[in-house]
Design a protein around this ligand. Sequence first.
Ligand code: PRP
Ligand code: URA
Ligand code: MG
Length: 217
Amino acid sequence: MVTNLSATHSLLTNWISEIRNTEVQTDRMRFRRNLERIGEAIAFEISKTLPWEEKEIQTPLGIHLSKVLAQQPVLATILRAGLPLHQGLLNYFDKADNAFISAYRKHRRDGSFEINLEYLSAPSLEDRILILSDPMLATGSSLVAALQALKDSGNPSQIHIVSAIAASVGIEYVVREFGERIYIWCGDIDDELTAKGYIVPGLGDAGDLAFGPKTQF
Ligand SMILES: O=P(O)(O)OC[C@H]1O[C@H](OP(=O)(O)OP(=O)(O)O)[C@H](O)[C@@H]1O
Ligand SMILES: O=c1cc[nH]c(=O)[nH]1
Ligand SMILES: [Mg+2]
């Protein structure tokens, strides 16, 4: 199931508009904080769909039957651009376990690229709710490589993908590879990709905007 959170206006559409805006992008701290806020807003939306249970809570004056999460999710992200979005999700799912994967697009001279995956640290995912975040879902190759790698850590009961901006072809690729049982939460969805796999209009390079340019090697 794919949810485009820009289908209706909210504060989130304002933050998405700011991360796209070249004038606002010069403020790196605001770019990171906006990604964090987008993570927070999406965490809240996801939380409404997660299994919950009733728990008797002792207040100073009596007992309250509270609705609480039945289990904590595992929050996974893809280094490096995923870090601020991950922090936003973790601000709200503050008791979650965490997983980190390094996957970067190594570009060849002809403009094509391959995904290099060199690091993975994850708890057991068996029967857990996995929430995997990456701000940009472009071709979908990084997310598919990350999900393949996470398979060795167990079979999650639910998989949620969180991205700030996704390209429709990338969404189709992830759904083709992992089926309809995946929930995809997008801040917004764009229709175009450049020949080098950048989302149009997108926002540019999320990792560089959050943390500064990197040298290609
Ligand atoms: O859907 P895809 O076509 O795979 O592209 C999306 C990937 O590109 C970006 O990372 P990048 O490789 O630029 O690394 P970075 O996080 O170090 O900037 C982004 O954070 C995704 O991981
Ligand atoms: O548009 C894109 C595509 C991949 N990675 C980015 O940071 N931006
Ligand atoms: Mg990048």
